[in-house]
Design a protein around this ligand. Structure first.
Ligand code: G4P
Length: 547
């Protein structure tokens, strides 16, 4: 095996998905501790407070250092090189989370044992399903009274439509929590509350009838035996292929705050989770003039899977972050490497613009620091400084014209019309909107029949933050009005004549997005459905691939 192949094989790039308060921050910190990235508590916790209020969020975001550093946390564990990608905690930033999830190879789902599956987990899971992302589940807070483990598994199977395969099993819960039994290794991990570092408390037993179990667990030994017997009939055995297809999730139990079960989880994760996987790309000759929606690529002609083991470098930008210092307009584009080796200073083609650029000042994100990167491999995330030339979804390759697919915009649900207080500021407004759109912070629509600027955001907080940033960073003093728009859908049709007819009939409700794609803006869900029914030859898309 070549050095390059080894480097690919030892990489794991993943994100943690959970409902707020399930324990994502706590687990992240413990994982980083195992990786030797210490003193993280401050940074990770500080970022967390972002979800409480807009003002907090703004204050935190201003200290961009924190959010940039914690966007990607790279650490080593055993012989593995791990990239943990942070996802925004607040549900109003679900679009950002989606994009982060396009850059990972697998996910870790954290569930609070007292709450079971919660709303945000369901949403994030739906996103993972779009790409069949393999998921490992960690059921947290076993030191508290919670639902029974079987009920928790049923809940996951029911609400998330994914089969559960328990790889460990808890012994009691809350005050009676004794530890977990590792079903496959036949090991008993005993729990001592408040003990951060576990050492000698792993007991290996010969089989479930080992009398040692009775000595250690008393009455709970028989309960465990019953549970394990029951599981043989009730739970599915772990099957690697099913996990890799996203149909089955291996389940672990523990308590993040007590650092209990975390090492076992991490060990299983590095051994089980996939290394960088191939990615679908469209070769540029075959790119349709305008790609519409996730299903825009029809057939397989002109599309191919790019293997991480290919020699030539390729990667795509999945996140753009404004610079820490707002007086500098440069930004960092986070690029996920999909194939080939990155070396400092290498020249690549930026495919949307067709220009060749030198990746001279790329940054790699260690858990604590940002460092200049000399080399990086598939699965790694590098940060590229630029002055607004890079957009989300842009592909970079050494030579072959490619575009990675599946990094769409989502139709916004909150709309505001921007009215400038000082009309002379229109240039600043345009610049601000252009840059914030490229960052993916907001979407902008220009109606066909007026000169309005309509801001579209996925969540109300995303919209508030955009308005505050327009004022703070671009000096745009504006009033934001209600628009009478409730839904947006990008439109397309195979029938040009019908499309023309539709455009003529609905001109006052049509608008162009910042990439020149035509969208229909509806005043209500009802009205949208009515129009969809009236125009069966027109396709209304909820998502739109970046051009
Ligand atoms: P999040 O990022 O998913 O939102 O959750 P976070 O890790 O911040 O955890 C949410 C709360 O749950 C925190 O308490 C945290 O200490 C607690 N927690 C995490 N893991 C466990 C666990 O294994 N057992 C128990 N009992 N609690 C756990 P908090 O009071 O909100 O915050 P703090 O006072 O600890 O800062």
């Amino acid at each position: 095996m070549s050095k390059f192949e080894k480097e690919v094989n030892r990489r794991r790039t993943f994100a943690i998905i959970s409902h707020p308060d399930a324990g994502k921050t706590t687990l992240t910190e413990k994982l980083l501790l195992f990786g030797g990235a210490i003193q993280m508590a401050g940074a990770v916790k500080a970022r967390k407070s972002s979800r409480h209020a807009t003002s907090d969020w703004m204050a935190i975001e201003k200290e961009r250092g924190i959010s940039v550093t914690t966007s990607v946390m790279k650490f080593n564990y055993r012989d593995y090189e791990i990239n943990l990608l942070d996802t925004p905690g607040h549900q109003d930033f679900s679009e950002d989370t989606y994009r982060v999830l396009t850059a990972v190879d697998s996910a870790l789902m954290v569930i609070d044992s007292a709450k079971g599956v919660e709303a945000q987990t369901e949403k994030l899971m739906a996103v993972c399903r779009m790409r069949n992302t393999p998921i490992i589940t960690f059921i947290n807070k076993l030191d508290r009274e919670g639902l029974s483990p079987l009920d928790l598994m049923h809940d996951i199977e029911d609400k998330l439509q994914i089969e559960c395969a328990p790889l460990s099993w808890p012994i009691g819960s809350g005050k009676g929590f004794k530890g977990v039994y590792n079903i496959y290794k036949k090991e008993l991990n005993l729990f001592t509350p408040g003990q951060e570092k576990r050492g000698q408390d792993i007991v290996t037993i010969t089989d479930i009838n080992d009398p040692k179990l009775d000595e250690l667990l008393g009455r709970q030994a028989d309960e465990l035996r019953e549970d394990i017997e029951l599981l043989k009939g009730a739970a599915s055995p772990f099957e690697y292929d099913h996990y890799m297809k996203g149909n089955q999730t291996p389940v672990f139990f523990g308590s993040a705050i007590n650092n209990f079960g975390v090492k076992e989880l991490l060990d299983a994760f590095v051994e089980m989770a996939p290394c960088p996987m191939p990615r679908a790309a469209v070769t540029s000759e075959a790119q349709p003039e305008r790609q519409t929606g996730l299903t825009g690529m029809v057939g397989t002609t002109g599309t191919r899977e790019v293997s991480p083991y290919e020699d030539a470098f390729s990667g795509f930008a999945f996140k753009i972050q404004a610079n820490m210092d707002p007086s500098h307009r440069d930004r960092i584009a986070f690029v996920r490497i999909c194939s080939g080796k990155f070396t400092r200073g290498m020249r690549v083609i930026h495919h949307r613009t067709g220009k060749e650029i030198a990746l001279a000042n790329a940054t790699i994100f260690m858990a604590q620091d940002r460092v200049h990167v000399e080399e990086a491999y598939p699965g790694d995330i590098i940060g590229i400084h630029n002055h607004g030339t890079i957009k989300i979804g842009d592909t970079f390759t050494e030579k072959e014209p490619l575009k990675f697919t599946g990094i769409p915009n989502f139709a916004p649900e909150h709309f505001k019309r921007v009215l400038l207080k000082n009309p002379l500021k229109v240039k600043q407004l345009q610049k601000g909107l252009e840059q914030l759109t490229e960052e993916g912070a907001v979407q902008v629509f220009r109606p066909c029949t007026s000169n309005d600027y309509i801001l579209g955001a996925i969540g109300a907080l995303q919209s508030d933050v955009t308005m505050a940033r327009l004022k703070d960073e671009y000096g745009v003093d504006a009033v934001y009005e209600a628009t009478g728009v409730a839904r947006a859908r990008w439109i397309s049709s195979g029938d040009k004549k019908k499309l023309n007819e539709f455009e003529k009939d609905n001109m006052s409700r049509l608008a162009y997005d910042s990439e020149g794609n035509l969208a229909f803006l509806a005043p209500s869900e009802w009205q949208l459905n009515y129009v969809i029914e009236q125009w069966p030859d027109i396709n209304f898309h909820k998502t739109q691939e970046h051009n």
